[in-house]
Structures are given as structure tokens and as C-alpha cells.
Design a protein around this ligand. Structure first.
Ligand code: NDP
Length: 295
């Protein structure tokens, strides 16, 4: 791997940001910043990045990447860092946020001469570690051409989906579909378990049939059937995404019926299971209602 002359500043070293920044550090000079500085310091030790405590230490980078919980945190860091960046700096935002939030941050950064792309990602922690994420990019084509060098390090599929905000809209709907398939598969499997068909046997059928999905092929077999439920993507973040999808549908003047039910179920599950619950643990709500366990 060659080291490019570009320098990158990565903000947000959580479940996704940590492995993404690690992959970037193999190619670019990479500075890392996180709300809790210990995470940046341990990243420096593990991956040879340069930990910075203060956002202002990122003012000389060519490309800023952010991967924060919501667009509110992105707006906050953009307000502090934006005016200190050089004109022409590219800001790639990997956060899953609201389309309107992305447009506001894009305008705020444009006033500082900074080019913003909303580039939320899909593929989970495993995809982030492997550098095989899919990103859906909203923003200017020329800015994307410049950003490709960086994006190609963390993603193996880069889809330009429209102007600023379009990436966020696609991501929100994409995760609403993930939630829908998880709920529907969990309910179907609970019913089959009660009817005497083990969930693992039913999954074997689904996964050779047209009913298969990421939920049936990966999430349920590897996490619910095994009862492992590793924490990789907070249920509260999935609930946030399905809420955002509700906003995308409402903005389009479309009255959703399926997604509205999924939105309510996911929000209620997140409230009930709390901030420490992984997204696949919504299955526990279905199991409790059915009085069975899938594993
Ligand atoms: P995490 O909660 O694991 O990580 C968020 C990180 O952001 C934490 O390290 C947190 O710091 C840091 N942070 C929060 N506020 C600030 C701030 N103001 N300045 C600097 N750092 C800050 O989230 P994920 O990594 O799971 O998700 C990040 C985004 O990616 C979300 O929008 C999520 O929806 C999306 N996503 C997540 C996927 C997943 O599988 N996990 C998959 C695809 C997208 P601290 O250590 O102090 O908490």
C-alpha cells in the first residue's frame, strides 16, 4: 500500500469510526479526534494514527471525515472546525443523519469555502473492518471525484445518489427496510417455533427461498439463534434511522402504512430495552410476546 500525500482528520471513533480510521491510516496521514480522548489515544497506539484532543488541531487537513451519532453532533463540530479549515477542504460525513441537517451543515461549511458530502455507510462493523462498506453519497460530483481516493479506502461500493441530503435520505430508508425485515422475520419465526418448526430449520428454508434477507442470512442465525447478541449497532441508532425515514416519507407527501408501524415498534423497543441494546435485540420483544426463544 502506498502512502498518499493527502492528510485526513477523522472525528468520531465509535463502532464504525474506529475501524474506518484504522483503514485510512494505512494509506493517509491520519489524525483522529473523539469526544472521549482516551479512544483517540488508544487508536494512536493500536493503529499509528495521530491522536488530537482538540478539533482545532485538525485545521490543516485536506479531508475531514466524521462518523458521529446524529447530524446534531456534526453541526456542533462543523461550527467549531469549519471556520478554521482551508478553502477547498473536503468534509465527508459518514454519519446517518437527517437530510435537512446535512443541507444545513453543507451550507454552513460552504460559507467557509469547505465542500461537504453526506456519505453515510452500510455494511456494519464487519464491513468497516474489512474496508468493504457501501456508501451513498449526496453532493457535488467534482467534490466526490476528489473524495474518491479516501472513500475507496473504506468502501468498495460508492454510489452517487443526488445532491446534498440525498445520501442521508437513502440511508434512512435503507435502514427502515432492515428494521422491517428484522421485525417481520422475527415474528414469522416466532410463530413457526410455536407451531413446532425450529427457527434454525425455518431459516434454512428461507435462505434457499425468495424470502431471504440480510436478517435471515446473517443477523438472525449469527446473533439470535446463537443467543450471542453482540453489541455492534445500537438499537437506539436504528430507531433514529427509522424515525428519519418517516421524515423522508412525510417530506415527499407520502403517507406510509408499513414503515409507520415499524417506526413505532422500533422506537418502543429502543425505549424499553435501553441504550445498551444492540439492534438485533428487538427480537427479544417478539420472543417475550410469543413466550418462546428462537435459539
Ligand atoms: P457509536 O455510538 O459507537 O460512536 C459514536 C462516536 O462518536 C463515539 O466514539 C463518540 O464518542 C463520538 N462522539 C460523539 N459526539 C462527539 C463529538 N461531539 N465530537 C467527537 N466525537 C463525538 O456509533 P456508531 O459508530 O455505531 O455509529 C456512528 C454513525 O454511523 C451513526 O450515525 C450510525 O447510525 C451510523 N452507522 C452505524 C453502523 C453500525 O453498525 N454501528 C452501521 C452504519 C451506520 P464517545 O466515545 O465519547 O462516546
Amino acid at each position: 500500500m502506498t502512502t498518499s500525500h493527502l492528510s485526513v482528520g477523522f472525528i468520531g471513533l465509535g463502532a464504525m469510526g474506529r475501524p474506518m480510521a484504522a483503514n485510512l491510516s494505512g494509506v493517509f496521514t491520519t489524525k483522529v479526534q473523539n469526544r472521549t480522548t482516551d479512544a483517540a489515544l488508544s487508536h494512536e497506539q493500536e493503529h499509528g494514527t495521530l491522536a488530537v484532543a482538540d478539533l482545532t488541531a485538525l485545521s490543516d487537513v485536506d479531508v475531514v471525515c466524521s462518523c458521529l451519532p446524529t447530524d446534531a453532533e456534526v453541526a456542533e463540530v462543523a461550527q467549531q472546525l469549519g471556520p478554521r479549515l482551508s478553502e477547498g477542504t473536503i468534509w465527508i460525513d459518514h454519519t446517518s443523519g437527517a437530510p435537512g441537517g446535512a443541507r444545513r451543515v453543507g451550507e454552513q461549511l460552504a460559507r467557509c469555502g469547505v465542500r461537504y458530502l453526506d456519505a453515510p455507510v452500510s455494511g456494519g462493523v464487519a464491513g468497516a473492518e474489512a474496508g468493504t462498506l457501501t456508501t451513498m453519497v449526496g453532493g457535488d460530483e467534482a467534490a466526490l471525484d476528489f473524495a474518491r481516493l479516501v472513500l475507496e479506502t473504506t468502501c468498495d461500493r460508492i454510489v452517487h445518489v443526488g445532491p446534498i441530503g440525498a445520501g442521508m435520505a437513502v440511508k434512512a430508508v435503507s435502514n427502515a427496510l432492515l428494521a422491517t425485515s428484522l421485525w417481520a422475520a422475527a415474528e414469522g419465526l416466532a410463530a413457526l417455533t410455536k407451531a413446532g418448526v425450529p427457527a434454525s430449520v425455518a431459516l434454512e428454508v428461507f435462505n434457499g427461498a425468495t424470502s431471504r434477507s440480510f436478517a435471515t442470512e446473517t443477523l438472525l442465525p449469527e446473533r439470535a439463534i446463537t443467543r450471542e447478541f453482540p453489541f455492534t449497532f445500537a438499537l437506539s441508532l436504528l430507531a433514529k434511522d427509522v424515525d428519519l425515514a418517516g421524515g423522508v416519507l412525510a417530506d415527499a407527501g407520502f403517507e406510509a402504512s408499513v414503515l409507520e408501524v415499524v417506526r413505532e415498534l422500533t422506537r418502543a423497543a429502543s425505549d424499553e430495552l435501553g441504550p445498551g441494546a444492540d439492534h438485533v435485540e428487538l427480537v427479544r420483544i417478539v420472543e417475550r410476546a410469543a413466550g418462546i426463544e428462537l435459539g
